[in-house]
Design a protein around this ligand. Structure first.
Ligand code: 13P
Length: 253
């Protein structure tokens, strides 16, 4: 059975004190994760080590970085490499979030390099895709997302794609309070899985966790996660509130 994942993306928020309190409160909420479920905390780089300590020994709770660079090492002032993340024990890294695509001009081609670097150093990418409002209104979201997948992931082998994690995040639903309906989420998640099945085979596609992101809240998580091709969520705003994120974790299938 593929993994069901509640992933927090804290983005550029919180002080370290607030971060530690948040994680402490989420743990104190006592959510029980089943063997097929995982909670992942996508924290800012400077907090990785302190949050990691809080999560130590907690079953199925893991850290993610929010980004890494597309080069192995060298004169890239201010960047953080996949190897550095691996060396401090980070298992996951969010790759290609729409905010990085928009503000930092990350292209599908650059993201293709990043996922390869992740594999080289044993990090698991959480690969983000999703369309903006203009594309949704034209009704071409399926083609748009298919191109993102083709250009950034189709150079990978079926073995590399087994157990991979994708986050579908429609840009028009991020931070807007306007979530995709559960039917809209299911439709495009099923499309993503069929695109992956054509390229990598049905068994591989069935092993890939496809998370939904965009205004996931404590009150809508259960319905969205209940869709057959939605395997959890990548959560921004609501992951900054301990009780909300605890509820979201307990909404996993
Ligand atoms: P919100 O949950 O705040 O809409 O953010 C979604 C997101 O971008 C997660 O990566």
């Amino acid at each position: 059975m593929r993994k069901q994942i509640a992933a927090a993306n804290w983005k550029m928020n919180l002080t370290v004190q607030q971060a530690e309190t948040l994680v402490t409160d989420i743990i104190a909420a006592g959510v029980e994760l089943k063997p097929n479920q995982e909670a992942v905390f996508g924290v800012p780089f400077p907090y990785i080590t302190s949050v990691q300590k809080k999560l130590s020994g907690k079953k199925n709770m893991n850290i993610a970085a929010q980004n890494c660079y597309s080069k192995v090492c060298g004169a890239y002032t201010g960047e953080v490499s996949a190897e550095m993340l691996k060396s401090i024990g980070v298992p996951y890294v969010i790759i290609g979030h729409s905010e990085r695509r928009e503000y930092f001009k990350e292209s599908n081609a650059e993201l293709a390099e990043k996922v390869i670097i992740c594999f080289e150093f044993g990090l698991k990418p959480i690969f983000c895709c999703g369309e903006d409002l203009a594309i949704r209104e034209q009704g071409t979201q399926n083609d748009f997302v298919e191109t993102q997948l083709k250009e950034s992931l189709f150079h990978l082998t079926p073995q590399q794609m087994t157990g991979f994690v994708i986050a579908y995040e429609p840009i028009w639903a991020i931070g807007t309070g306007k979530t995709a309906s559960s039917a809209q989420a299911q439709e495009i998640h099923a499309h993503i899985r069929s695109v992956l099945a054509t390229q990598f085979g049905q068994d591989v596609a069935d092993s890939i966790s496809i998370l939904y992101g965009g205004s996931v809240k404590a009150g809508n998580a259960k319905e969205i996660f209940g869709q057959p091709d939605v395997d959890g969520g990548l959560v921004g705003g609501a992951s900054l509130v301990a009780t909300d994120f605890a509820t979201i974790i307990s909404s996993l299938k």
